[in-house]
Every structure is written in structure tokens, then in C-alpha cells.
Design a protein around this ligand. Structure first.
Ligand code: FAD
Ligand code: NAP
Ligand code: SF4
Length: 674
């Protein structure tokens, strides 16, 4: 691949008063660092690393123009001259690396998780506990003044512009749509009235900051909620905002309360590009496409086809700060690709933890997890090339150690080789592609088809031995568990053992859910899902004829009859990711899966699976029973006597609550400390 293969992505964009060096924007992400003044040095390092990586323009996480706009109590605010001090650390660091950055002004409206919330009307959102107060005329006027002050302070702080957040269901979106704007004064009713607030804000911000300052407006081009705007309204708003002084339009898809997934890994890549293209056709300022764009090839294709003038990628810059530089240096195959899992970014944000990245644990920890070349090169053995072992081996090699990586399998990846076979998890293959290349680049010696023994390790001359041997699937002690109709998830996913038309799945953790999705899927339908197929399944009308783009879903016919079971009495899937669990639950509900909690497993025989639930015994007359009952650590290589040379990470260290996020982070942290 040569850099010539991405000419549109690397082409500069002249905005008249300033030029962006390429067509890539790092979209806004709330990291958690922007909320506390003492974290701004870390925030500056985070942005500087990405500016150095060559991205054309970055957007900060949302900064509120006042206290009522806080997403969380005491969230990042720009409403006082003193706030400039912290933000200058960020702008200075970014400019020193030759980058550009705009500050996002985000008023959360009724999405705020705090008691001061305001909105267009006093209608509570389904995703916040707090009922908003409807803004009065005076409140609206002071909110506009707060936006203007915020933009001017951002200018003083050295930002290259601001992004005004008008999408995802935040305050300005709440004014724009009849769903949340029930007002009967001049700020509600017709679209002319509903758009008055964003229009006033853009007009007065432009007047305050002058012409040579970027105003990017994040416009909601597909609300995906009942009572969302029609396409005609979307166009009316965009054209008015353009006249008011917007420099370029970023695009937003779906409100946070929408029950349509818009960024999780099962959403097809660039699913919404056609909507951005339709906006581009009706405005004359540049338009930015967004959502599920994660590789340079997809980005290049969007730009080359003329669907958009720029592309926004947010999470891909957590996964790899050097994304653009790698493309420019013809090293696109070395990009660590965002797999859309949300596990360390959005799931962290929604549980009040600092955002990071499953595939790149340095994200958000740039000053804390540092891979430095060591003065003494050690001989390191890593056993197991699952996520933990791959992370440890490549990081240790990057730090200058001489590393040998062993695996008994014929390919690297451990359980990721199974995960990637689940419908909607095709992106997991990218992590294996990345590590395959990173092993080569860092010079790790790879020995596949080599089952290591303890004796071999003890006899070797390794300074450090890292055990990353993972897990073994658990076989629960149920009477008849050795019946021929019983299969493990590995039999089903990896070995493709035949499975009948009715199936009971024992265990409703992440793997139980994944196996259910795999078994519901009709193998005649090719994967990854096409955009048309996905839209039909979820009921998305990309033309937004009415109702914010919602239409009647046409779910696929379930391929099998499934039961998903657990012993706990809690809701099934309660332990899945905060931002993705509901997608899995909705998929299984659509597929007619019977989900049972509080189950006691009695026995398995020719008749099926005998259970007791709610005090009643029941026979599930199934062709197969599939075990997804968790895992135990594989510890056969641990030395009998404690030895400082031996280290244990990932599943081998602790199988409970293991996921790839923990496995990769433990590998990186251990290797960096050797
Ligand atoms: P493993 O991936 O189990 O790797 C261990 C490796 O060690 C294997 O390759 C094995 O061959 C090798 N090995 C063992 N013994 C020896 C020996 N003696 N000599 C040489 N080699 C040896 N996690 C998530 O975070 N998100 C998800 O969405 C997700 N989805 C999943 C879906 C499925 C269907 C499955 C099965 C797993 C999923 N996981 C997911 C879990 C994730 O894959 C694991 O947490 C992760 O792989 C654990 O990494 P590990 O390196 O500790 O172990
Ligand atoms: P898990 O999430 O721990 O689930 C194990 C399931 O097995 C639970 O439902 C548990 O429920 C059941 N179970 C445990 N012991 C049992 C026994 N003795 N008999 C019968 N049932 C038993 O583990 P997993 O599904 O194997 O997944 C492994 C790891 O991969 C998880 O930590 C998960 O985070 C990760 N993963 C994540 C995703 C994702 O989308 N984020 C997807 C797949 C996997 P009861 O004890 O109530 O019966
Ligand atoms: Fe992407 Fe997952 Fe990393 Fe988030 S945690 S940036 S979704 S790979």
C-alpha cells in the first residue's frame, strides 16, 4: 500500500482563513480528564500525541458554557477568564506539534446528570434521573450569552475554533425537535421557531469571534427517535446555519436515548455516509461524515466518491494516535484499528471512569504508561499469543528486549480467533491483523505449534517468563453433561459442529449471548451485514422521510429456537457493556430467544435439558445443549516454587471477569515494567 492510495484523505482543505493539512478530524470524546483542572497536563499530553500523529483537526470533549449545561456535577466549564489558564496547556501542546484543535461547546440540556438541568420543555429524558426546568425567555437569552462568552474565551485560550454541539439529543437538539420542544412561544412550534436558538447562537458567536475562527456545527442529520426531525427540517436548519456563519458541518447520527445502535461494532462500517452526502448536496460549506468509519480505506472511499469533504473518526484515535502518519508513510497495515467495542471508551465514560481503549491501554494514560527503550536488553519468553501475550510480547520488544512468543496453536490470537466468528464482531479480525504486523515490526521471534512445558521453561535461559496461557472452558457438573447432544461454545463457533434447530444455552455471560447471536443468524446471509439489511432489521429510513428516520423494522426470521439460561435471578445480560448490552438484548428479543433466570440444571438426556425454574420442573426438548458456563485459568505452567522470573497475566492469572481489555492492559503494563 502506498500513500498514493489515499490521496483524498491526505489532501489539504483550505477554509479560506486557514488550511487543514488533511481531511481527517478527530471527533469529540469525553475523556474525563477535561472535568478536573489538575488533569489538564495529562489532557495536553493526550492531544499532543494525536497532533503529532498527523490528524488534520481535533475536537475536545464537551465543555459546558455554564453550570446548567453540565453533563455531570462540576464538569468541564468555560465561563470564566481563569478557565483559559488550563485550556492554554492543551492549545499550546497541540500547536507545538503542528496540530489544530477546536473546543466543543456542549450544553447537555435534559441529559445532564445533575439537579440544575434545563431544556426546551420540562420533559424528563429516559436516560437521566433529573427532570429539567423549561428555560424562560430570560433563561434562553442568558444561555445564548453564555455560548458567546464561552466561544470568546475559547478563542482567547488559543483554540482554532469551536464546535457547537447540536446533535445526539443535547440542548440544541432538544430545541430543534418536537419530541422535546413543546413550547408555544417564539422558540417552539414551527421549525423556524424551533431552530431559533441554534441560529441565534451561531449568529452571535460569529459576530463575537470574527471571521477567522472555525465554527463547526455538529448537526443532527438523523435523529432516530420518535418526534425527530424530517429531512426537510434538517435541510432548512442547515441552510439557515450556513447563512449565520458556520464554517463547516460535522454530522451527528441518533440521540443518546435512541434505541437504534449507531456506533457499536455490529453497525456496518460507514452506514450513514449517504445521509452526509445528501447534506453536502444542499449546503456549500464543507460537510464531515461520521460514525463507524475506522479504516483509511473506508475514509478514502467516502472522500473519493464525493460523499463528504472530511471524515470524522473519534475512537480510532484512541486506538491509534498515529493513524494519519501511518497512512502518509505507506504503513496503513500497522494501524491499530478501533474494533467498536466501547469497552474502555464509552463504557468507561458512562461509569465515570477515565476513557481509554481496549486495544491501546496507553490512551488517556500517555504520561503514565510509557514504553521506553531499556538500557539492558533481557531475554523474555511469552507463552500464549492471546491478547495478553501479544500485548506483552510486542511491548517488551518495543522496549528493547529480546522476546520469544510461543503458542500451541497454528495461529496467533487465542480466543480472539473465536470472538471474530460471531456475527457483528468481524472487526476483531483487525486486532489480529495489527498484532501479526506488530510482531514483525518489533522483531518478536514467533514459535507457533509449540506447546511449552514447565520443564522447558525452567531449563531455558530466559530472564523473564510471562505466562499468558489463558483459560479452559468450564464444564459444569450437571448429570448427563457427557451426553452427545452437549457441545461447548468452542465446538460450535470454532469447530463448526452441526447444531440442531432447537438449542438450550447454559450460561448467559458475554459468550452465551454471542453464541445465541451466532445460532440465530441464517448462514445464507453473508457477513458482515449490508447497510440495507441492517437498516431493515433495525427500522432505519436513511432518507428520514418522517419521524427522525425511524420506520417499521423487518426482523430476519430466527434461524433456530433458542433458550438462554442462567442460575442467577438477575436480568440476563446485566453484566454486558453499558453501551452495548442493550443492543445484544434487543437482538435476542427480536429473535424470539426465551431467556430464563434463576434456573437450576437437573439433568440432560435424550429428551433434552431438565431444569427447575420458579419452583416448577420443566423439560426443554432441545436438539443440543451448549455450554457457555464460564472459564477457569490454565495454570499448568506455574512453577511449584515461587520464582521472580515467572509472571502471570490475562486469563492465566484470573479467569473471573476476564476480558480482552484487562488482558491487553496487563500485558502492556507488565512488559513496560520489565
Ligand atoms: P487467551 O485468548 O485464551 O489465549 C491464551 C493462548 O495461550 C492461546 O492461544 C493458547 O493456545 C495458548 N496456550 C495455552 N497453553 C499453552 C502452552 N502450554 N504453550 C503454548 N501456548 C499455550 N473479550 C472482550 O473483551 N470483548 C469481547 O467482546 C469478547 N468477546 C468474546 C467472544 C467469544 C466468543 C470468546 C470466546 C471470547 C470473547 N472475549 C471477549 C474474551 C477474550 O477473548 C478473552 O478475555 C481474551 O482472549 C483473554 O486473553 P488471554 O491472552 O488471557 O487468553
Ligand atoms: P461470564 O461472563 O463469566 O459468564 C459465565 C456464565 O456462565 C454466567 O452466565 C454464569 O451464570 C454461568 N455459569 C458460571 N458457572 C456456572 C456453572 N458452574 N454452571 C452453570 N453455569 C455457570 O463468562 P463468559 O461468558 O465465558 O465470557 C468470558 C469473558 O469474555 C467475560 O468476562 C466477558 O467479559 C468476555 N466477553 C465479553 C463480551 C462482550 O460483548 N463484551 C462478549 C463475550 C465475552 P450463572 O452463574 O448465573 O449461572
Ligand atoms: Fe474502539 Fe473499543 Fe478502543 Fe473504544 S475501547 S476506542 S471502541 S477499540
Amino acid at each position: 500500500m502506498t500513500s498514493n492510495s489515499h490521496p483524498h484523505l491526505l489532501a489539504p482543505l483550505n477554509l479560506g482563513f486557514t488550511t487543514l493539512k488533511n481531511r481527517v478530524i478527530m471527533g469529540s470524546m469525553h475523556t474525563g480528564l477535561e472535568d478536573r483542572f489538575y488533569n489538564y497536563a495529562k489532557l495536553a499530553a493526550y492531544f499532543a500525541e494525536r497532533a503529532k500523529g498527523g490528524v488534520g483537526l481535533m475536537v475536545t470533549g464537551g465543555i459546558s458554557p455554564n453550570r446548567s449545561g453540565w453533563l455531570l456535577p462540576f464538569g468541564g466549564t468555560m465561563n470564566h477568564l481563569l478557565d483559559i489558564y488550563n485550556h492554554r496547556k492543551v492549545t499550546k501542546a497541540v500547536h507545538q506539534e503542528g496540530g489544530k484543535i477546536v473546543m466543543q461547546i456542549l450544553h447537555s440540556g435534559r441529559y445532564g446528570y445533575q439537579p440544575l438541568v434545563v431544556s426546551a420543555s420540562d420533559k424528563k429524558s429516559p436516560i437521566s434521573l433529573f427532570k429539567p426546568r423549561a428555560l424562560t425567555e430570560a433563561g434562553i437569552q442568558s444561555t445564548i450569552r453564555d455560548y458567546v462568552r464561552c466561544a470568546r474565551l475559547a478563542q482567547k485560550a488559543g483554540y482554532d475554533g469551536v464546535e457547537i454541539m447540536g446533535s445526539e439529543g443535547y440542548l440544541l437538539n432538544q430545541f430543534l425537535c418536537a419530541r422535546t420542544n413543546l413550547r408555544q412561544d417564539r422558540w417552539g412550534g414551527s421549525i423556524d421557531n424551533r431552530m431559533r436558538l441554534p441560529l441565534e447562537i451561531v449568529t452571535r458567536v460569529r459576530a463575537a469571534v470574527g471571521t477567522n475562527f472555525i465554527i463547526m456545527y455538529r448537526h443532527s442529520i438523523l435523529d432516530l427517535v420518535d418526534g425527530g426531525n424530517s429531512w426537510d427540517d434538517v435541510v432548512t436548519v442547515a441552510q439557515a446555519l450556513e447563512r449565520a456563519g458556520v464554517t463547516l458541518f460535522n454530522t451527528g447520527i441518533g440521540w443518546h436515548e435512541a434505541r437504534i445502535p449507531t456506533i457499536v461494532t455490529s453497525v456496518p462500517r460507514a452506514a450513514f455516509r449517504s445521509v452526509a452526502a445528501r447534506l453536502k448536496a444542499v449546503v456549500s460549506v464543507p460537510v464531515v461524515a461520521s460514525n463507524r468509519i475506522n479504516t483509511p480505506d473506508v475514509a478514502e472511499d467516502i472522500l473519493a466518491s464525493g460523499d463528504a469533504d472530511m471524515v470524522s473518526m473519534a475512537r480510532p484515535f484512541l486506538a491509534d494516535p498515529d493513524f494519519v502518519n501511518k497512512v502518509a508513510a505507506s504503513r496503513a497495515d500497522e494501524i491499530n484499528t478501533c474494533i467498536g467495542c466501547n469497552q474502555a471508551c464509552l463504557d468507561h465514560t458512562f461509569s465515570n471512569q477515565r476513557a481509554s481503549c481496549l486495544v491501546n491501554p496507553r490512551a488517556g494514560h500517555e504520561t503514565e504508561l510509557v514504553y521506553t527503550k531499556k538500557s539492558v536488553s533481557k531475554k523474555v519468553a511469552v507463552v500464549g499469543s492471546g491478547p495478553a501475550g501479544l500485548s506483552a510480547a510486542t511491548t517488551a520488544a518495543e522496549c528493547g528486549h529480546e522476546v520469544t512468543l510461543f503458542d500451541s496453536n497454528s495461529s496467533i490470537g487465542g480466543q480472539f480467533n473465536i470472538a471474530r466468528l460471531v456475527p457483528g464482531k468481524e472487526e476483531f479480525s483487525e486486532t489480529l491483523r495489527y498484532f501479526t504486523r506488530r510482531l514483525q515490526v518489533t522483531g518478536v521471534k514467533l514459535q507457533l505449534n509449540h506447546r511449552v512445558t514447565r520443564a522447558e521453561l525452567l531449563a531455558g535461559d530466559f530472564d523473564d517468563i510471562i505466562l499468558a496461557t489463558g483459560i479452559v472452558p468450564r464444564t459444569p457438573p450437571i448429570k448427563g453433561v457427557d451426553h452427545p447432544k452437549v457441545l461447548s461454545y468452542i465446538d460450535v463457533l470454532l469447530h463448526k459442529k452441526p447444531v440442531g434447530k432447537s438449542v438450550a444455552i447454559i450460561g448467559a455471560g458475554g459468550i452465551g449471548f454471542d453464541v445465541a447471536e451466532y445460532l440465530l443468524h441464517d448462514p445464507a446471509i453473508t457477513l458482515p451485514q449490508s447497510v440495507d439489511h441492517w437498516c431493515a432489521e433495525w427500522g432505519v429510513d436513511l432518507h428520514a422521510t418522517v419521524n427522525g428516520g425511524l420506520t417499521k423494522p423487518v426482523p430476519a426470521t430466527p434461524f433456530r429456537q433458542l433458550y438462554l439460561l442462567q442460575r442467577k435471578a438477575s436480568k440476563l445480560g446485566a453484566g454486558l457493556g453499558k453501551t452495548s448490552g442493550w443492543v445484544h438484548r434487543a437482538t435476542l428479543q427480536r429473535g424470539g430467544v426465551e431467556m430464563l433466570a434463576g434456573v437450576e440444571y437437573l439433568s440432560i438426556d435424550d429428551a433434552g435439558l431438565h431444569i427447575r425454574v420458579g419452583g416448577q420442573t420443566r423439560v426443554l426438548e432441545v436438539d443440543n445443549v451448549i455450554l457457555c458456563a464460564g472459564q477457569d485459568s490454565l495454570t499448568e505452567l506455574l512453577p511449584t516454587e515461587p520464582s521472580p522470573r515467572f509472571h502471570c497475566i490475562g486469563g492465566a492469572k484470573l479467569a473471573a471477569e476476564l476480558d480482552a481489555k484487562r488482558a491487553i492492559r496487563e500485558g502492556a503494563e507488565l512488559a513496560a515494567s520489565l
